[in-house]
Design a protein around this ligand. Structure first.
Ligand code: ADP
Length: 177
């Protein structure tokens, strides 16, 4: 079966999908940005559950139930904090996407929605992060077809337009940018 990538603008907490991905911090105990929005919408049980996960390293991913959200699961991943590319950030961001997709497959999830991991408080340059995500998702889709729908969720109009522009470019290889 063919898998598809959709780009939408909106609030990831409202989506009715197999899993939404949380751009969490390594404590998994909640934070600002999308992490805060997910914890608020899922309710306090999420924090209790996350306590049992005992944190998560950058580039890794862990799964939880969704509690009060409409999606079935939450996959919590931790992206790198951008430090001018000196701390292996690109590989860690690629790993955050890859591990989230692997966890989705392990849990037989068919649709997954990602926020733009690390591009908020963690300051990863948006274009660079988008190209890394695109490369990783496309590579993953070549060998896995159980995941049918991948939704990329942008929060602002300008992020939405930028993402559209990058995905609509005919040939795009982030290593050549
Ligand atoms: P990080 O710490 O990984 O940078 P942030 O939550 O600060 O995470 O930002 C990641 C991205 O998520 C940003 O592009 C931000 O605009 C976006 N974002 C924030 N809230 C939401 C939301 N409710 N739904 C979707 N995306 C969101």
């Amino acid at each position: 079966m063919d898998n598809i990538i959709e780009i939408i603008k909106g609030d990831i907490t409202t989506l009715k999908v197999g899993a939404i991905v949380n751009a969490a911090n390594s404590s998994l105990m909640g934070g600002g940005g999308v992490d805060g929005a997910i914890h608020r919408a899922a309710g306090p049980q999420l924090k209790e559950y996350c306590r049992s996960l005992k944190g998560c390293q950058a580039g890794e991913a862990k799964i939880s139930p969704s509690f009060q959200l409409k999606c079935k699961h939450i996959i919590h991943t931790v992206g790198p904090v951008w430090n001018n590319g000196t701390q292996n950030e690109e590989a860690l961001l690629a790993s955050a996407y890859r591990r989230s997709l692997e966890v989705a497959i392990e849990n037989k999830i068919q649709s997954i929605a990602f926020p733009s991991i690390s591009t908020g408080a963690y300051r990863f340059p948006f274009d660079k992060a988008t190209l890394i995500a695109k490369n990783e998702i496309e590579r993953f889709m070549k060998t896995n077809n159980t995941l049918q729908t991948i939704i990329l969720v942008t929060f602002s109009e300008s992020d939405y337009n930028q993402l559209k522009r990058i995905y609509e470019k005919p040939k795009n290889n982030y290593q050549n940018q």
